[in-house]
Design a protein around this ligand. Structure first.
Ligand SMILES: [Zn+2]
Length: 372
């Protein structure tokens, strides 16, 4: 995947840099770990420090001093999950900030403008996420309504993006900080395959640089999620990266690559690191476990990350138990390495024709097993 800030080898995993930083990890370490792209959350950056401030400082890349690709989401997901109050209508999403209660209106056009000012390499359209798994006709109708509204919003978002590209003088209030920014459309439709097909048709008809699958990993059984991905991914153009939004248990990575996905993001490696869970080649490990109190072996003897090369389970357990900030850093370094290394192994296996072998090995280790 070629972006204004460099090439991303796919399939790829994007560490989540919510507010302009991947929590507990410096950019230097992300670069050393081989992160080729990170994700920024528009909702958070819009509220603080504000997209206008970031634009005046030269855009997000310059502001945070990260010169590799950045993808930003539309802010919609956080409006649905974090905002103190929200009301959705055809115009957009009205919400109150979870920080200070101030009132905001996020429209499809506004989400384009904010991301244009942030200057990410890939901007996402505003969509309506339905965070329920439909069980009855009424809920299915709600999923259809959200899918149709998302398609209408996508049309408006594309119109605004093209306006900023082709007639920048018509929108002097927006400082476009990355003229090469791509825009991805998002497929909705819940777990209903017919709705997914319809969403694909309507979104492709509008025409985006590429496409993402949204609205999954919201509580549906994992097999159902895999079925929706297997149905939807092949309907998307095969010469463009397909992005599965917000999904990323370790076994999801390999299972969804098998179903045609090229891009992933998930807070799991960093959030779990802060909660003391290390993801290792032998399965997940709860580092606070008393059995590690005097265990001087590395967290994962097969891992080549900085944490595993230098520190013992006993030390990491101690740091975590006493609440040292370094615990979050060292655990996050390991977990991000695990994710990026998994993607490297997947890419190599595809090239060498050994993907199915890797998939079987991974399944034996990581298929939603209980903690070791
Ligand atoms: Zn490690």
């Amino acid at each position: 995947m070629i972006t204004p800030h460099g090439v991303v080898q796919t399939p790829a995993f994007m560490p989540v840099g919510t507010r302009g930083a991947v929590k507990a990890v410096a950019h230097r370490d992300l670069e050393d770990l081989g992160a080729e792209i990170i994700l920024g959350n528009t909702y958070h950056l819009y509220l603080k420090p504000g997209d206008s401030l970031i634009a005046r400082c030269g855009g997000l890349h310059k502001f945070i001093s990260w010169n590799r690709p950045i993808l930003t989401d539309s802010g919609g997901y956080q409006v649905f999950s974090l905002a103190a109050m929200r009301r959705i209508d055809d115009e957009g999403a009205t919400f109150r900030s979870h920080i200070d209660g101030s009132l905001h209106l996020l429209t499809p056009e506004r989400a384009v403008d904010i991301q244009a000012q942030l200057g990410s390499d890939i901007a996402m359209v505003l969509d309506e996420c339905v965070a329920t798994v439909p069980t009855g006709d009424q809920e299915l109708a709600a999923v259809r309504t959200a899918m149709e509204r998302s398609a209408r919003w996508a049309q408006r978002a594309r119109g605004r993006q093209l306006q900023l590209r082709e007639e920048p003088h018509s929108a002097p209030e927006v400082i476009v900080t990355n003229i090469g920014q791509a825009q991805f459309g998002i497929i909705q439709g819940g777990i209903d395959l017919q709705l997914r097909t319809e969403s694909v048709q309507r979104t492709i008809e509008i025409g985006f640089e590429s496409y993402a699958i949204g609205g999954l990993s919201v509580g549906e059984p994992v097999d159902v999620m895999y079925d929706v991905v297997a149905h939807t991914a092949p309907l998307l153009p095969d010469d463009r990266p397909r992005y599965l939004m917000g999904t990323g248990m370790p076994d999801d990575l390999i299972e969804c690559v098998a179903r045609g996905i090229d891009l992933f993001d998930c807070v799991l490696p960093t959030r779990n690191a802060r909660n003391g869970q290390l993801l290792t080649s032998h399965g997940p490990m709860a580092i606070k476990n008393a059995r590690y109190a005097e265990d001087m072996s590395p967290p994962d003897p097969d891992c080549s990350c900085y944490t595993c090369r230098h520190f013992s389970r006993a030390y990491l357990r101690h740091l975590f138990v006493v609440g040292e900030m370094t615990a979050a850093t060292l655990n996050s370094l390991h977990n991000i390495h695990f994710y990026l290394d998994t993607m490297r192994r997947i890419r190599e296996a595809i090239v060498f024709g050994s993907f199915e072998k890797l998939r079987r090995e991974f399944h034996q280790t990581f298929s939603r097993r209980p903690q070791i």
